[in-house]
Design a protein around this ligand. Structure first.
Ligand SMILES: [Mg+2]
Length: 152
């Protein structure tokens, strides 16, 4: 098992407003460009994905697994792939969920957090802030390079 982990936010990283179907409010489709970039980070570094997004609370584990399978990312999903607290709505809770997950996995030697919201409380954390985020296209090539550098 890999000792490197990527804590993945989904909204604003794999999903963004550019994926909105005309006339629909919901955006459920992952941007394949972002998916490919995430897959590359995993391939190059050997890191496994743990979801710290509300998607891990909204969807059942098997539903989420199916999404990663459909995206061609299943091989990169950590066996214990959900890190969500009971109230993951605020940034502090997200970090608490990540910290709790890490406390259950002392084998992890390196990790990063892919996140599009600027979270003040994570200034000492290995955060890859996805500046393009929700409105401008999610995970970009430059973000992937930063992620690879932090995990190498
Ligand atoms: Mg987000």
């Amino acid at each position: 098992m890999s000792n490197k982990v990527i804590f993945l936010d989904i909204d604003g990283v794999l999903v963004h407003t550019g994926m909105r179907e005309p006339g629909s409010m919901r955006i459920e489709k992952w941007d394949n460009n972002c998916v490919v970039r995430l897959g590359r980070i995993c391939k190059v570094t050997g890191a496994k994905i743990v979801v710290h997004s509300s998607w891990a609370r909204i969807y059942k584990p098997n539903e989420l697994q199916q999404m990663f399978k459909d995206a061609g990312l299943l091989e990169h999903l950590h066996p214990d792939f959900a890190a969500v607290g009971i109230r993951d709505g605020n940034p502090g809770e997200k970090i608490r969920s990540i910290k709790f997950w890490l406390s259950q996995h002392p084998e992890v030697s390196k990790y990063i957090i892919l996140e599009d919201d600027l979270i003040a409380s994570v200034k000492d954390e290995p955060l890859v802030w996805i500046i393009s985020g929700w409105s401008k296209g999610g995970l970009q090539k430059r973000d992937a390079e930063v992620a690879i550098a932090l995990l190498s």
